[in-house]
Design a binder for this molecule. Structure first.
Ligand code: RB5
Length: 150
């Protein structure tokens, strides 16, 4: 069980049910969750859903965000266009933990057509229970955020 956090979750049409399962799982662990849809499986455009969630993380309204699309890749790319967002795609728990600890990722993306429900929930747990370590990693994250890296 991790410290309660405010989480926003969204997806495209790739797997509405998995997104809702993740939202319920996260809420059952004591986190505050806002699921911003979409609510139907009608084909839609992942950038608008990814960026809608990302904007609300970047503004500080939510601490962390969770995204899903077919591969997790497109919606991650869209989210990362929002200033202040650091979103990584994860298909394993080690990466999910490390993007929090080392990269201070504030959004997690997953591929609903890549992984199953069991590993998706474990990935979410790993992401939500890890904290940024700071130190040398803070220097590197600052470089991502615009300090000259070369
Ligand atoms: C939608 O068919 C699919 O392209 C999308 O979910 C995602 O995989 C894009 O990166």
């Amino acid at each position: 069980m991790s410290t309660p956090k405010s989480i926003i979750i969204s997806s495209d049409h790739a797997d509405i049910k998995l997104r809702q399962t993740i939202a319920a799982h996260v809420e059952a662990q004591g986190h505050t969750v806002l699921d911003i849809g979409p609510t139907t499986s009608e084909s839609t455009h992942y950038p608008k859903h990814g960026q809608a969630a990302a904007a609300r993380v970047a503004s500080g309204e939510f601490e962390l965000g969770i995204l899903l699309c077919g591969t997790g890749q497109g919606i991650m790319m869209a989210a990362n266009k929002v200033e202040g967002i650091r979103c990584g795609v994860c298909s394993d728990t080690f990466s999910a933990r490390m993007i929090r600890q080392h990269n201070d990722a504030n959004m997690l993306s997953m591929g609903a057509r890549v992984i199953g429900e069991g590993i998706a929930l474990d990935i979410v747990d790993a992401f939500l229970s890890a904290d940024f370590e700071g130190g040398r990693h803070a220097t590197r994250v600052a470089m991502i955020e615009g300090e000259s890296a070369v």
